[in-house]
Write a protein that binds this ligand. Structure first.
Ligand code: SF4
Ligand code: SF4
Ligand code: FES
Length: 212
């Protein structure tokens, strides 16, 4: 509802046609009138007369911390990244007033090999934010299921079944996963193609929403 009304709420794991929110990224906090603590917007059911503030101080503080934790394990080399200027981390950082080079948390980076075995795209797992959009789109929207999550904790990664190179997998090269990826983790080799905008950039909205 917020995005449809031009009000941006930071988000990574949500997709408009995904019925069950994963609520994995913990970035979409909002404040709902009558509730003491912020809630995740993607899991909150809209009710009649509900008043939502997307710019409440408590909600923004939680979202900022979430983003800073995320970029503590993200290689921020935007100038050389295929997602530069279409990256949702950049949009979110601007919206929340967070520096992508923030040093609030100790940097702990993955050093995983980049997979360029597919003729169409490159997969850089070091830039994956584990939002799960590509996994869901490939499995649920397209019925293919080329990849999924493996391992736990810091080792958690998106990979193919059997951890085979992307190029070895029977992928129709539709590019859907690339279009929903919010970062430079999945990118077209020719630098073309579009990333969908799941949210609008913060503009002149006052962050207030009221349902009818
Ligand atoms: S994925 Fe986004 S934040 Fe990360 S390096 Fe690329 S443009 Fe920068
Ligand atoms: S590859 Fe992209 S879309 Fe897939 S989980 Fe990682 S960041 Fe999300
Ligand atoms: S979009 Fe709500 S938790 Fe990720």
């Amino acid at each position: 509802m917020a995005l449809d009304n031009g009000i941006y709420i930071p988000n990574l794991c949500a997709l408009r046609d995904k019925p069950e929110p994963a609520a994995a990224c913990r970035l979409c906090f909002v404040e709902v009138e009558g509730k003491e603590q912020p809630v995740t917007a993607c899991t909150e059911t809209v009710t009649e007369g509900m008043v939502v503030n997307t710019r409440g101080a408590k909600a923004l503080k939680l979202a900022r911390t979430g983003l800073e934790l995320l970029i503590a394990s993200h290689p921020v080399d935007c100038a050389y990244c295929p997602a530069n200027r279409s990256c949702e981390l950049q949009v979110m950082a601007r919206h929340l007033g967070v520096k992508l080079k923030s040093k609030r948390f100790r940097k702990l980076l993955h050093e995983l090999p980049i997979d360029d075995s597919n003729p169409l795209f490159i997969y850089n797992p070091n830039k994956c934010v584990l939002c799960g959009r590509c996994v869901w789109v490939c499995r649920e929207r397209l019925g293919i299921g080329a990849f999924g999550f493996a391992h736990r904790g810091f080792e958690r990664v998106v990979t193919t079944f059997g951890d085979e190179p992307m190029g070895k997998y029977d992928c129709p090269d539709c590019g859907e996963c690339i279009s929903v990826c919010p970062t430079g983790a999945l990118a077209f080799k020719d630098g073309k193609g579009t990333k969908i905008k799941t949210g609008v950039e913060s503009g002149s909205d006052d962050g207030k929403l009221q349902s009818a």
